[in-house]
Design a protein around this ligand. Structure first.
Ligand code: SF4
Length: 238
């Protein structure tokens, strides 16, 4: 089994212990087209069994499961209320997030904070914020498929543990990673989707809004749908 990815090795070792007789033919990390979530057969047992976010963070450890480990300063696990009703999912840490080890603390983060506080009338600590990949892609490049496959089980378990009432995916990569599709964010934002039973609202990434301020009105429309779904009164908006 030499040369197999670590996640696949862990899976095979566990399944052999349990009496595996046939190997599934799907490649590691691949799922049936259009099905959200992570292929649970390839998730390390320790991730599946992590009972809370602290344990999950311990399982993540000084992660070297993908090549993003080589350039990072800090792992950016996630921040916020572990019992949050609302969870935002972004793509990956940027420069400032990598320095501080906290998601969405740079300029795009300030905009997300405005959406949460000034827009929704919530506090940042009321929600939970995480990314698809927990380490900064060098030069803020897009995360690559093997990196998403390696890191995504941690996001999936974060969502299972937090059990949010509503998920908001920010931008193309978070949306495509969660919904397992290749549809442009412009075509799926503003429309409710489903992530393993959790209503998911895709919208533009705050970094996009920094470059295209006219998109703020569109995002506000998406966020109003989220508030409606969560029973948050627009009157609470500051
Ligand atoms: S991006 Fe995720 S899988 Fe890759 S090294 Fe960082 S924590 Fe590990």
């Amino acid at each position: 089994m030499a040369g197999l990815p670590r996640a696949a090795l862990n899976y095979l070792e566990r399944e052999l212990e349990l009496g595996l007789e046939a190997i599934p033919l799907r490649a590691p990390g691949m799922r049936e087209q259009g099905r959200p979530g992570v292929d649970s057969s390839l998730v390390e047992p320790a991730i599946r069994q992590a009972a809370d976010l602290d344990v999950l963070r311990e399982v993540l450890g000084d992660c070297r499961r993908c090549k993003l480990c080589s350039d990072r300063s800090n792992i950016v696990f996630g921040v916020g209320n572990p019992d949050a009703g609302l969870m935002f999912v972004g793509e990956g840490p940027g420069e400032e997030e990598d320095k501080q080890g906290v998601p969405f603390v740079g300029r795009a983060g300030a905009l997300l904070t405005d959406i949460i506080t000034k827009g929704m009338g919530l506090r940042r600590e009321d929600v939970y914020i995480a990314n698809v990949v927990k380490c900064r892609p060098p030069g803020n490049r897009n995360p690559q498929p093997d990196e998403i496959v390696a890191c995504e089980p941690f996001l999936a378990r974060q969502i299972e543990i937090i059990e949010p009432k509503v998920l908001v995916s920010l931008g193309t990569f978070a949306t495509q990673a969660l919904l397992k599709n290749r549809i442009a964010i412009s075509k799926q934002r503003g429309v409710w989707s489903d992530y393993n039973g959790v209503p998911l609202m895709p919208t533009f990434h705050p970094a996009y809004l920094l470059r295209n301020p006219s998109g703020k009105r569109i995002v506000w429309g998406d966020i109003k749908l989220v508030m409606q779904k969560m029973g948050i009164s627009p009157l609470a908006r500051r």
